[in-house]
Write a protein that binds this ligand. Structure first.
Ligand code: DQA
Length: 142
């Protein structure tokens, strides 16, 4: 199983970015934990972060031909804005789980709507870095 882990804008700053909201775990820590978890099942993860909408779209399009079986994505701020990333996920047709570190539903109203949730296999919000692990664990068993 090949799992693509996608991180949207500002997630490269995890660890120092509003730690009260997003926790103190870095993106590198998360990616390392996910890689180790996948390895225990003979699976592999590939992680990619970008602050640029088009770069994320290009990476999703590439997933159509690179053997990716499942996508775990935290679209970050693009969750609430990006029809383009949504359309890319719809175009490739790969199953994906939407992850948010924070519980977006107890935050500002503009974070309550997602362009992704109705296409996702499932949505995890508010569990911090553990949410990514839950998503990868699901991907490994389905
Ligand atoms: C986020 C929530 C988004 O509203 C925000 O723009 C982010 C991170 C989260 O993981 O909690 O950048 O996706």
């Amino acid at each position: 199983t090949r799992i693509l882990v996608l991180h949207g804008p500002n997630l490269n700053l995890l660890g120092t970015r509003e730690p009260g909201i997003y926790g103190s775990t870095t993106m590198a820590d998360i990616d390392a934990r996910l890689a180790a978890l996948a390895q225990t099942s003979g699976a592999v993860t590939a992680s990619y972060q970008s602050n640029h909408e088009g770069a994320l779209i290009d990476r999703i399009q590439a997933a159509r031909d690179d053997g990716t079986d499942f996508i775990v994505i935290n679209p970050a701020a693009f969750t609430h804005t990006s029809v383009g990333i949504r359309d890319a996920l719809a175009a490739v047709g790969l199953p994906f789980i939407e992850v948010h570190l924070s519980n977006v539903h107890k935050r500002e109203a503009f974070r309550h709507h997602s362009y992704f949730s109705d296409l996702a296999v499932g949505v995890i919000a508010g569990l911090g870095a553990d949410g990514y692990e839950a998503a990868v664990r699901y991907a490994l068993t389905h």
